[in-house]
Design a protein around this ligand. Sequence first.
Ligand code: F6R
Length: 618
Amino acid sequence: MCGIIGITGRDDAVDGVVNGLRRLEYRGYDSAGAVINDGRELRVVKRAGKLGELVKALGDTPLSASTALGHTRWATHGAPNDRNAHPHLDPSGRVAVVHNGIIENYQELRASLGDGVRFASDTDSEVVAHLVADELDRTQDADLFTAVRTVLARLKGAYSLCFVAVDDPTTLVVAKYEAPLIVAHADGVGYCASDVAALIEHTTEVAALLDGQVARISPDGIEVTDVDGASVEPHRYTVDWDLSAAEKQGYDHFMLKEIHEQPQAVADTLLDRLNAPAPGQPARLTLDELRIDEGEFGRIDKVFILACGTSLHAGMVGKLAIEHWAGIPVDVEVASEFRYRDPIVDPHTLVIAISQSGETIDTIAAASHARDQRAPVIAISNVVGSTLAREADGVLYTHAGPEVAVASTKAFTTQIVACLLLGLYLAQARGRLYTSEVSDTLGRLEQIPAALEQVLELDGQIRELAERYKDVDYTMFIGRHAGLPIAMEGALKLKEISYLHAEAFPAGEMKHGPIALIEDGSLVVALAPAGHVFPKMVSNIQEVRARGASVLAIGTEGSTEELKAHADDVLTLPEPPHELAGPVLSVVPLQLFSYHVATARGEDVDQPRNLAKTVTVE
Ligand code: F6R
C-alpha cells in the first residue's frame, strides 16, 4: 500500500526522501512522487511506475531544500499514472499533500468547492490540499497546523496525511486516522513516515500517532495535539530492528533472505518464554504483554482466530494447537467477513487476531468489533507498537525482524510458533497441562530451528524441481490435518509471486468436485508426512496420478520410502519434534519452490504485481 516519508531540517532532504521511499518500496506501489519546499515555491516531481522513474525525473530537475516529502502510491481512486501520483497541490500551489487511506466523502467535498474549481487528478486525496489552502486563504492569521485541524473535521474515511505549505518552509503537518503514521525527531531533524522501515536509518526512537492526533514537525521538535488543539501524547517506543535486518545482505531477493532467516526467527520467537513468578516457583509460559487477568482464561468457552491471507493459514494451525492442548473450540475466520456478520461473541469468547504488520485494516476492525462486545483480544504481531498490538488486551510478538518481501515467509513460520505457544499458554492457564508438561513441550519446540536448517539444505533439489515444473498450467496443493493450512499457504505463495494458477483443497474433498480439474500435465503437490492421516494421503495421491497429474510429495523420514512408489518426486523432511510443529518445516520447501519458479519465470519476486505488503484499505 502507499508509503509516506517526510523530512525537515536537513540540507539533503530530497536524497533522504528518495532513500526512505526505497525502504518503503516493499509495501507495493505503482507510482511515486516528491515535493520540496524551498520557501519560494513547492516543486513537485511525480512519475508512474517504479521508483527509478522518479529518480530519473529528479535527476533531470535537481531539487534541493531542507524540507521534502515523498510518497509511493498504490492506486485506489484513479489510474496509476503521473497525474494521479502524489503529492497533490491546491490550484495556487500553496499547499501540497500526500495521503494513505481513502477519503470516503471526497465527491461531496469536491462539490462543496463549487463548479469552477479544476482538479488536476482523479484521486480522492487532492481535494484535501484544496480545502487546506482555502482555509489558509479564509483565515488570514491561520497557520498550516491550525488549518489542517479545521479541515480534518470535514473528512470521512481513513487517512494518514502529510502537508507542506510554501509559507512555512520548515514545517511538516501530519494527521492520522485508521492508517499508521510514525513521527520522530533526531539531531535537529524532524521525520514522519508510514512505517518504521523508512526511519530506522535515522533513529530508533519513534512515536506512533494515535487516531485523531495531529502533529507539527519542525527541526526544533514535534508538537502533538488532538483535532481541537489540546496537547496529547502519542505512543512512544524504541524500535528493536537494526538497519542490516532491513537490507538484502548479499541475497538476490529479500524473499530468499527471509526464507533463510527462519531458523533464527523461530529461535528468537521461542526465546525466554518461561519465567518463574517468584523465586522457587515453577517457571510458567508468559506472553509479552498481558492487560487482562490470567484467571479470565479459565472462563473462556470459545475462541475466534481472525486474520487475512498468510496469517489466516497460521491461524488454522493455531486452531489445531488450541483445541488439542487447551480443549477449547476454535473458529478461524477471514477478518473481512467476521466484521460484517453477527458473530456470537461475549466476554467468555477469546479473540486471537494475527497480523504480521499489525496494521491490516480488516483485522484491526474485526478485533475492535469483538472488543465492542467485551471479548478479550490477544494480538499476534511482528511489529512492536503496531495498532493491533496497542489496541489488544494482550500481545504475543513474533520476533521475526522486519519482513520486507511482499510474500510472507518468516512471519508465517513465527506466527505458527506463536500460535503453538498460545495453545500451551491457554492449556497452562486453564490447568489442562502441568507446568512440567508445558516446559517439556517447549523443549521439543526448541528443536525446530535445527530441523529448519536441515530443510533449507534441500534448496538445490527444489530449484531443479522448479525448473522442471515452471511452465505447468495448473497446480493443486492437497493436505489433511496440519498439512491442509500448508497446502493453502503453498498455493497462495505460488500464485502471488509466479502468477501461475494454483489452488488448495483438503485432500478428502477432491472427489467432491476439484478432481475434475486434473488432467495430463497438471501438477499436484501433496503434503504427506508420516502420521495418522498418511495412509489417506497415499490413496488421494494415487487418485490424482491415475488421472494424469504429476505428483510432488512432501514427506518426512518416516513416510518417504512408501511415497517413492506413488509420487513422481519426493522431498524428505526430518521428522518434526512435535506433530503440530510439522507445518513450520513443511512450508519451507513450498516457499523455496515458489521462489525458484518465480525467478525462473523472470518475475519480480519481492514486489509482485497488484499486491501490497500492508493492506490498510478494505
Ligand atoms: C501473502 C501475504 C498476505 C498477508 C496478509 C495479511 O504472502 O503476505 O496474504 O499475510 O495481507 O497481512 P498481515 O499479516 O500484515 O495482517
